[in-house]
Design a protein around this ligand. Structure first.
Ligand SMILES: *Cc1c(COP(=O)(O)O)cnc(C)c1O
Length: 229
């Protein structure tokens, strides 16, 4: 058995108390590991690479909710548009417009999270304040996407004071955006803003304390990743 089922049960229990959803991040992991996780009852899986996601989707049960959590290139949206459940990493206006276009082609609405740049280190993708403002202006013209909330990645750091500051910053931006969507009803936000995707293996407990509603956990469940395989 390569999946840590004890850890899984422990995490599920904690999350049920705090009403938080678990995304099992299965990137680089073989189909068998996902099947094991599926047998434990897990239905939400997160992947970072388009080709890998497309391959896995074809081989695994259709009731899985596939979350795309990586950096998505506009020219690859078409491959996942038919089935993706939620795109977490929307980090440009251009990408959002392409998702809308591909959703329309597939005659569906695609749910998205805006990825904010919160890490004080300059290493992570994400929107800044001016880009959020630009997206707000264009949102009324997009009818085949739905913004359900925000996603962010904190600094990869042992410094939990810093990580906490970044999570609180994201939560504040999330709350402000929520107020804005209530004042400006439109298709693209019609169901309201309800998802705050933050927290990974190393910081998920802190993320939950700071208001996360969805955590993305990989290595704690599946073991360390080997990118050379
Ligand atoms: C890989 C990845 C995760 C999971 O990371 P772990 O530290 O293994 O839990 C979560 N979110 C994103 C965006 C990732 O790329």
């Amino acid at each position: 058995m390569s999946v840590n089922s004890l850890k899984y049960n422990e995490i599920i229990q904690l999350l049920s108390i705090s009403n938080t959803t678990l995304i099992a991040v299965s990137k680089t992991k073989p189909i068998e590991d996902l099947q094991e996780m599926y047998a434990l009852g897990q239905r939400d899986f997160g992947e970072n690479y388009v080709q890998e996601l497309v391959d896995k989707e074809a081989k695994l049960p259709k009731d899985i909710h596939w979350h795309f959590i990586g950096h998505l290139q506009s020219n690859k949206v078409k491959y996942i548009a038919p089935f993706v459940h939620l795109i977490h990493g929307v980090d440009s206006l251009k990408l959002l417009q392409e998702i809308n276009k591909q959703a329309l082609k597939n005659n569906r609405t695609i749910d998205c999270l805006l990825q904010l740049h919160i890490a004080e280190e300059e290493t992570k993708f994400g929107l800044d304040q001016s880009e959020i403002e630009a997206i707000k202006l264009i949102l009324p013209t997009l009818h085949n996407i739905r913004i359900l909330g925000f996603m962010g990645m904190a600094s990869f750091s042992e410094n939990m004071v810093k990580v906490k500051r970044e999570f609180i910053h994201l939560k504040n931006e999330f709350d402000l955006f929520k107020i804005w969507t209530n004042q400006n009803p439109m298709d693209a936000t019609s169901n309201g803003i309800s998802i705050l995707s933050m927290g990974m293996s190393g910081d998920y407990q802190l993320a939950i304390e700071c208001g996360s509603t969805m955590v993305r956990i990989g290595s704690l469940l599946f073991g360390a990743r080997d990118y050379n395989k």
